[in-house]
Design a protein around this ligand. Structure first.
Ligand code: IGP
Length: 274
């Protein structure tokens, strides 16, 4: 059995196992950078102790391919590329841009492509970060001890414009653990320090946090509150209810500038727009 890859080791060895995300816009188009550059933000996350950083390069979220190199050139911690990866050449490009892990969205890939792309990642020494929303998607990944399996609390088919459902993380944790990953992650809609502390207390090895940290007036203060919540009596099964995101009805209509959502599982060869 080969050793876990650096991305997983960094999370499992971290005091605060949070993948801190750089994302330009939220799912409703709201600005999350607020004048900061992706590189500066990633460097600030690293200074505040992030074991890993995620960068969203997908155009839905205002990203661009250049953001990956901007981030990897500024930090030493492992970097996760978040985009809608459907082709092998995207994995080669991620590796040469210095990524350590690559998002593979199970809902958008036929099973064979998902497994092939996960294997391709592992051949490059990258960690497949397999995002799931259903139990069956967790099972049967190649070398699962070298995969992160992340439960996405939001709905990718709704372009992540929903408020998120943390019960999905609670329900899927036993399946994700049984699938063989050493690093189950809960991703999206982790709305605050109390919610984050609760998910770790319930057994998640790590969390991916984007919007909440990007909107926080101070990342340091957010992390201090997180530490305080973890030190306090968090009773499993009694997670604080996340604040429901307010959704402007007009924001639900796709804009003409918006790239189309890959419809259903996309064949690798089709190369869905990313
Ligand atoms: O901002 P949030 O709710 O903390 O979510 C982060 C992350 O999970 C989200 O950015 C995401 C989940 N799946 C994706 C796929 C592509 C791009 C981005 C994503």
């Amino acid at each position: 059995m080969t050793q876990p890859l650096p991305f997983i080791s960094a999370l499992l060895g971290a005091e605060r196992p949070l993948i801190m995300e750089v994302k330009a816009r939220d799912a409703h188009g709201g600005d999350l950078l607020r004048g900061r550059t992706p590189g500066d933000l990633a460097a600030a996350y690293e200074r505040s102790g992030a074991p890993c950083v995620s960068v969203v390069t997908g155009r839905w979220f205002g990203g661009s391919a250049a953001m990956l190199t901007e981030v990897t050139s500024r930090v030493r911690v492992p970097v996760l590329l978040k985009d809608f990866v459907t082709r092998r050449d995207q994995i080669a490009a991620a590796a040469s841009a210095g990524a350590s892990a690559v998002l593979l969205t199970a809902a958008l890939l036929p099973r064979e492509s998902l497994e092939g792309l996960a294997r391709e990642c592992q051949e490059y020494g990258l960690t497949p970060f397999v995002e799931i929303t259903h139990a069956k998607e967790a099972v049967g990944l190649p070398d699962p001890h070298r995969c992160v399996i992340a439960v996405n609390n939001k709905d990718i088919a709704a372009r992540e414009r929903d408020a998120g459902d943390l019960d999905r993380s609670r329900a899927l944790l036993p399946t994700v653990r049984a699938a063989g990953t050493p690093c189950p992650v809960s991703a999206s809609a982790v709305s605050g320090p109390g919610v984050a502390a609760g998910l770790l207390a319930e057994g998640y090895a790590a969390l991916l946090v984007g919007t909440a940290l990007l909107r926080a007036p101070s990342v340091e203060a957010w992390l201090r509150a997180f530490d305080a919540c973890r030190a306090g009596p968090v009773v499993p099964g009694t997670l604080p209810v996340p604040a429901t995101a307010s959704v402007r009805p007009s924001a639900l209509a796709p804009t003409s500038a918006e790239p189309p959502l890959p419809a259903g599982p996309v064949a690798e060869a089709e190369g869905a727009p990313v």
